[in-house]
Design a protein around this ligand. Structure first.
Ligand code: IMP
Ligand code: MG
Length: 171
């Protein structure tokens, strides 16, 4: 295992996720919500986030892969899709990180074809200097430096997802 320099501690993440949950609760007051996690990276963030959202909600998941051995590739593969229809419903897509924005653009197109009533995006991390379109990300946990980060769901070749904090590998 590599030595990790911590960027966001467990406590900082806990606090920020709580704030995001409160904001989402306010924004969706009186509505039902479908929260859709993008696997695998979002599973930790989503598990914590939904427990801070106080409106009736359902959870679903889909899985896409956009990285081959950590190298950015333009092709995005849908490994599996959600199991419930979302037409006419308010949908919140949950991502671990938006970097180039490629995956998100692809996912938004995919979701819009399902004709939800509304679609918003929550991402734990947003990479500064990535090329992601920030206007498409409604709830951002932290704007991270342009480094390869891991922990709290994010991986490096499958490892480190279980770390309770977010950091990057020391040289
Ligand atoms: P994008 O398509 O370039 O926005 O990248 C989106 C996906 O790439 C994310 O959902 C992550 O799974 C992965 N990714 C991007 N940057 C990082 C990183 O710094 N660490 C780990 N995974 C990353
Ligand atoms: Mg991902």
């Amino acid at each position: 295992m590599k030595k990790i320099e911590i960027l966001y501690t467990e406590e900082q993440i806990r606090q920020r996720v709580k704030e995001l949950g409160a904001q989402i609760t306010k924004d969706y007051a009186g509505k039902d919500l479908v929260v859709v996690g993008v696997l695998k990276g979002s599973f930790v963030f989503m598990a914590d986030l939904v427990r801070h959202i106080d409106v009736p909600l359902r959870c679903d998941f889909l899985r896409v892969s956009s990285y081959e051995k950590n190298k950015r590739t333009n092709s995005i593969r849908m490994d599996f899709d959600m199991t419930q229809p979302v037409n006419g419903q308010d949908v919140l897509l949950v991502e671990d990180i938006v970097d180039s924005g490629n995956t998100l653009r692809h996912l938004l197109k995919h979701m819009q074809a399902k004709q939800p009533k509304s679609i918003k995006v929550a991402s734990l991390l947003y990479k500064e200097l990535g090329l992601g379109n920030k206007e498409f990300v409604n709830y951002i946990g932290f704007e991270t430096p342009n480094k390869f980060v891991l922990g709290y769901g994010l991986d490096d070749e499958g490892l480190y997802r279980s770390l309770p904090y977010v950091g990057f590998a020391k040289e």
